[in-house]
Design a protein around this ligand. Structure first.
Ligand SMILES: Cc1cc2nc3c(=O)[nH]c(=O)nc-3n(C[C@H](O)[C@H](O)[C@H](O)COP(=O)(O)OP(=O)(O)OC[C@H]3O[C@@H](n4cnc5c(N)ncnc54)[C@H](O)[C@@H]3O)c2cc1C
Length: 462
């Protein structure tokens, strides 16, 4: 690739082209996960669809490895690559709410916090995740679970339409009506099929929620996990709570006397007025011992989505393992408690997010995201501010996963996977039929596998 070719590419862009010699190269290439240190040859800081088309055409013509970055939150850093082109969408942050239709048009550089902020004044929200700095694009394309999932489904269940720049540089709008096979594939199949430059979501009435964390001493973990498991199936769908095994962080605002204590936590948001939410939670909470603290209170929905942001700033070390869980047996709970207790740092966690309610009302083959018969999506995350802990985080996460995996389903949520999964994990995740259909869509829309920096689906053989 000559300088002239690169110069012509820059001339085709309205955004900047960042190269290793540029002063801002290191800050622009930095990802959320500090464990990942990838060095792209070029970073195209796209500002509009025309820039994305130019970048895709350039990568294809120059035979460059290409990565797509939305929010940059992906665990194994699949928003970047070594020695290739990063298509950086993080500057494309437009959001437009259609109040009457209750829909939201979102550009691919938005975080979920950006969208919550825009929809909240209209008393609306889209179901995203539990941390506001997570990118909407990667989260959506992998599926998307969070506080509103029980009531309103996965993020992909609320996707109405997407504009996609394909590997050959064409732009199409995918919906149930147009390019329905592509629309099906991007609702869980990740960034395999093209670069999404615009998402249209269905939003729902959500305003103030009764939300926050409740932490108990881990000595009660067995009782709390069993009670949560038994309570959830009959709980109203407005109750969007998940359970975790964690440590009380040794920092404000946590009570000093509990710093460093192993804990079991229930964290969530009930989309209901406080008094009604308390009544919904009462059958669970009244049967449990006194917590270390209960900080559930009424708050605007964007506040619960941003509540944990200060504890997980950009640049920490992260190692992830996930699984879908159908039945949380007493034996599995005991194994969780034993493994979680071995966590090498205070930030390490295990969360079980509910998969029920509205998720179950969508057919298994309606989207590639097939685990609609699961009860939970589990994540084990080894986290530390110190790069020296990287090996310990991986060792802990892998050993914990190995111990609990026999109790779980074969697959896991693609957005909770690292880049070290065994062969067959994606097939187990999507199911045989959905995986075959994804491979067919990949063959149709990206036959040369230009978009392969992702949880990759190989194009089906002709
Ligand atoms: C702190 C934290 C909390 C999280 N909480 C949740 C949660 O509550 N619920 C949940 O579901 N997930 C959660 N996740 C996981 C999250 O969904 C993934 O990390 C996801 O990949 C993040 O998307 P991103 O756009 O930020 O990622 P990026 O790193 O920018 O991109 C990840 C991948 O997505 C693809 N991609 C990104 N943008 C586009 C695009 N516009 N077009 C095509 N492909 C694209 C690319 O293939 C890329 O490889 C969390 C992650 C973190 C770090």
């Amino acid at each position: 690739m000559t300088d002239a070719v690169t110069t012509t590419f820059q001339q085709n862009l309205r955004g900047l082209l960042v190269q290793p010699a540029d002063a801002d190269y290191n800050s622009v290439r930095a990802l959320y996960n500090g464990m990942i240190d990838k060095r792209p040859r070029l970073i195209a800081r796209c500002v509009d669809t025309a820039d994305v088309i130019a970048a895709v055409n350039f990568a294809r013509q120059q035979n460059l490895l290409v990565a797509i970055r939305g929010g940059g939150h992906n665990g194994p850093g699949l928003g970047s690559c070594n020695d290739g082109l990063m298509i950086d969408l993080s500057l494309m942050k437009g959001v437009r709410v259609d109040q009457a239709a209750r829909t939201v048009r979102v550009e691919p550089g938005c975080t979920s916090g950006d969208v919550d902020h825009a929809t909240h004044p209209f008393g609306l929200a889209v179901p995203f995740g539990i941390v506001s700095t997570t990118g909407v694009a990667g989260l959506t394309l992998g599926g998307g679970t969070g506080y509103l999932t029980r009531e309103h489904g996965l993020t992909v269940d609320n996707l109405l339409e997407a504009d996609v720049v394909l590997a050959d540089g064409r732009v199409v709008t995918a919906s149930e009506r147009d390019h329905a096979d592509l629309f099906w594939a991007i609702r869980g199949g990740g960034g395999n099929f093209g670069v999404v430059t615009s998402f249209l979501f269905q939003a729902h009435p959500v305003n103030t929620v009764y939300a926050g964390p409740i932490f108990w001493d881990a000595v009660h973990a067995k009782q709390i996990m069993r009670a949560y498991r038994d309570f959830l199936p009959a709980a109203p769908e407005e109750v969007g709570i998940f359970i975790g095994l964690k440590t009380v962080l040794s920092m404000d605002p946590f009570p000093r006397e509990a710093w460093g204590k192993r804990a079991c936590a229930i964290i969530g948001a009930c989309n209901a007025p406080a008094e009604a939410a308390k009544r919904m939670l009462a059958p669970l909470l009244e049967a449990l011992p006194a917590p270390i603290f209960n900080w559930m209170s009424e708050m605007p929905f964007p506040a619960i989505n941003g509540l944990f942001d200060p504890f997980v700033p950009k640049g920490l070390q992260w190692y992830w393992k996930g699984d879908f869980v159908k039945t949380l047996s007493n034996e599995a709970i005991d194994t969780h408690i034993a493994e979680a207790a071995k966590a090498p740092t205070e930030l390490c966690l295990m969360h079980l997010y509910p998969i029920d309610g509205a998720v179950r009302r969508v057919a298994r083959d309606a989207t590639p995201w097939a685990a609609r018969d699961a009860t939970f999506s589990m994540v084990i995350a080894g986290i530390s501010p110190d790069p020296k802990d990287a090996d310990a985080l991986k060792a802990w996460g892998r050993a914990y996963w190995k111990a609990v995996h026999p109790y779980n389903m074969g697959g896991g949520y693609v957005n909770f996977m690292f880049d070290d999964e065994a062969d067959g994990r994606l097939q187990a995740t999507y199911g045989r039929e959905n995986y075959a259909r994804l491979a067919t869509a990949k063959m149709q829309y990206d036959p040369t596998n230009l978009f392969r920096v992702n949880q990759n689906i190989a194009p089906a053989a002709l």
